[in-house]
Design a protein around this ligand. Structure first.
Ligand SMILES: Cc1ncc(COP(=O)(O)O)c(C=O)c1O
Length: 394
């Protein structure tokens, strides 16, 4: 099998048979002509190959699905209009009233909100395993376990092989939201996880210009999710967006290498800075789960870094963030451009101060999505922004 870097360029894509176009054409069409009644009937019955209607399948979107299935080592993949659409399709496609979904909190806020709303609306109970641990949280009705291998913004790791083994022994479907890791750093299916999910909006697209989601895993599971997510919910990805993701993924391994190199340099700088009391990055030797990160992540530790200011007030965080010039203040992540945010007042502003404190989201916490700029320039930008704290305390 070719290296991931080669597959990122070629998998799912071959020159277009019509005209030889190397870039996969954007098949901007709603419906596909099937010629004769009998051929149409055969396509609808699944007895003949062919496309019928873009909400169900589209050649540009299909090329993206084939590329991502290859990179994740999955038999099948499904692209959707956002990471959130992927999450909803998994839950609605595979769970029924009376089932429990157990999650290793804290999750991305939108995911956790959806899970917590399921009980009242659909009779599906969501249980946060962060209190009791995973084994103690599993019930006779647990049908699905949801994990983020690398959490936001605390950059804590979960052991995927352990989660997968527990689930396999009980016939529970395990799902990993691998948005922060991408197939370059962690491939959850290789650890025994049943389904991997992505917000492609982040690293897979990489340029901050398209929203999309992806699910990959066994064909039967993906097919059930496809039926619900596209057939019933209509969360299909547009062909224009699929084109952008196909293009973005070609450079994913190169970009991830630059993100990882920059983030490690930035984390080392922050860890030694007198105005910073804690730096969270799994690539640092002092990260409490560095050994697990070495086992579970390959080729680097990702582009996300968070850090706490010694004087953890909102005013101090604002003083630093408002002085940054290369880091743009924004909540997304995974772009080639560096981004910075204050989780307590943005991504985590909707949860209670107590819950924020429990998850380590204080007023002095800053989250960085390290882009692909030269690490020395990013460090210089952080140094000049942090120097205001040294002056004010000195
Ligand atoms: C880990 C994670 N999962 C899922 C999502 C949701 O993805 P989207 O914004 O594409 O719907 C996000 C968005 O920030 C995320 O960070």
């Amino acid at each position: 099998m070719n290296h991931l870097r080669t597959r990122a360029v070629h998998a799912g894509q071959a020159p277009d048979p019509a005209h030889g176009a190397i870039a996969t054409p954007i098949h901007q069409t709603t419906a596909f002509g099937y010629g004769t009644l009998e051929h149409g009937a055969a396509i609808f019955a699944g007895k003949a190959p062919g496309y019928r209607y873009s909400r169900f399948a589209n050649p540009t979107v299909h090329a993206l699905e084939a590329k991502m299935a290859d990179l994740e080592g999955a038999p099948a993949a499904l692209a959707l209009s956002s990471g959130t659409a992927a999450t909803s399709a998994i839950v609605l496609g595979l769970l029924k009233p009376g089932d429990d979904i157990v999650f290793l909190g804290p999750l991305y806020g939108g995911t956790e909100n959806l899970f917590r709303s399921l009980a009242g609306r659909f009779g599906i109970r969501a249980i946060d395993a962060s209190e009791q641990g995973l084994t103690a949280s599993l019930t006779a009705n647990t049908r699905m376990v949801w994990v983020e291998p690398l959490t936001n913004p605390s950059l804590h790791l979960h052991d995927l092989s352990q989660v997968a083994a527990l689930c396999k022994a009980r016939g529970i479907i395990s799902v990993a939201d691998s948005t922060f890791c991408t197939p370059c750093l962690t491939r959850p299916l290789e650890h025994g996880i049943d389904l991997v999910m992505h917000s492609m909006t982040k690293y897979l697209g990489g340029h901050g210009d398209a929203t999309g989601g992806l699910v990959a895993g066994a064909a039967a599971l993906v097919s059930a999710i496809r039926q619900t997510g596209l057939g019933q919910v209509g969360g299909n990805l547009a062909p224009q967006e699929a084109f952008l993701f196909l293009r973005g993924i070609k450079t994913l391994p190169l970009r991830m290498a630059a993100h990882c190199e920059g983030a490690l340099a930035v984390a080392r700088f922050l860890a030694s800075h007198p105005a910073v009391s804690a730096t969270h990055y799994p690539g640092l030797n002092e990260h409490p789960q560095h050994a697990l990160a070495q086992r579970q992540m390959q080729g680097g530790y990702g582009g996300m870094v968070s850090f706490e200011l010694s004087v953890g007030t909102r005013a101090q965080a604002a003083a630093v963030l408002d002085r940054l010039t290369l880091f743009t203040q924004a909540v997304s992540l995974g772009d080639v451009d560096s981004l910075a945010c204050h989780p307590a007042s943005t991504t985590h502003s909707f949860i209670s101060p107590e819950a924020r404190a429990k998850n380590g989201v204080g007023e002095g916490l800053i989250r960085l999505s390290v882009g692909i700029e030269h690490p020395n320039d990013l460090i210089a930008d952080l140094a000049q922004a942090l120097s205001c704290l040294l002056l004010s305390s000195g």
